[in-house]
Design a protein around this ligand. Structure first.
Ligand SMILES: Cn1ncc2cc([C@H](O)c3cccc(CNC(=O)c4cc(-c5ccc(F)cc5)cc(O)c4O)c3)ccc21
Ligand SMILES: [Mg+2]
Length: 215
């Protein structure tokens, strides 16, 4: 059977990137998606905004919802301080299999814990299973209608505390209207929109950064 898009993307990494060099993995994926076959990675333009926020925050505990092929996982993990803990949740086993290899090519497997399963099932178990108390940064990039329920569940589980930064991809395209309304209207969040473009296109999209102010 024909290879899947994630498998074709992985082939491009294996053919172009240098083993153990995260930047070459990022460059190989961006080149493949811009010139060969579009894929829903956060991409280079929004990725640069993500980079600057990770560098500024220097987070110790990071959660990513929606690994896909591991592109944003590599972007984030390559910038984390030693001893940081990074959990990324992926429910699709084919995506998870490709992501493990992409993360491995970047030489970042020791910095990332890829957990196979759905966010809603895992969020209530992160504290006792991984001994994590709270997250400094949560990157939301999974099903767009899951951003809001998962944010509420993270609040209820005490995994979002004063200072936690939520960074949401695709708040314009495909769009996350209910989530956006919530974080922008809630007195408990200080929210800001970083205008950009849908990965590898001229279509408007952007990232929403929301800092939890405490209850
Ligand atoms: C519950 N749970 N827990 C873990 C978990 C993990 C997943 C998967 O990683 C997964 C699978 C399919 C879709 C997504 C969401 N991503 C998107 O849908 C998206 C679309 C576009 C776009 C934009 C314009 C188009 F024309 C087409 C697609 C651009 C983007 O950047 C995207 O992120 C995520 C799903 C649910 C999960
Ligand atoms: Mg996205």
């Amino acid at each position: 059977t024909r290879k899947s898009r994630p498998q074709r993307l992985l082939k491009a990494v294996e053919g172009k990137a240098t083993l153990g060099d995260p930047q070459s993995v990022i460059t190989a994926i961006d080149h493949f998606c811009r010139h060969k076959e579009w894929a829903m990675n956060v991409g280079d333009e929004k990725g640069s905004i993500l980079d600057s926020l990770v560098i500024e925050l220097s987070p110790v505990n990071v959660l990513e919802l929606g690994t896909y092929c591991g592109y944003s996982t590599v972007r984030i993990a390559r910038l984390l301080p030693p001893g940081a803990r990074f959990i990324t949740l992926e429910f699709n086993p084919d995506y998870a299999a490709v992501a493990r290899q992409v993360i491995g090519w970047a030489g970042l497997e020791d910095k990332v814990q890829l957990v196979e399963g759905a966010s809603g099932d895992w969020i209530p178990r992160l504290r006792e299973h991984f001994g994590v108390q709270m997250f400094d940064l949560v990157f939301l990039d999974h099903w767009k209608d899951q951003y809001l329920p998962d944010t509420k569940q993270l609040e209820e589980c005490g995994l979002i505390q004063k200072g936690t930064v939520l960074l949401a991809d695709n708040v314009i395209c495909p769009g996350t209207p209910d989530y956006l309304k919530y974080v922008r209207n809630s007195p408990h969040y200080d929210s800001r929109y970083y205008r950009s473009h849908l990965e590898y296109t001229k279509v408007e999209d952007g990232l929403e950064k929301s800092v939890f102010l405490g209850f």
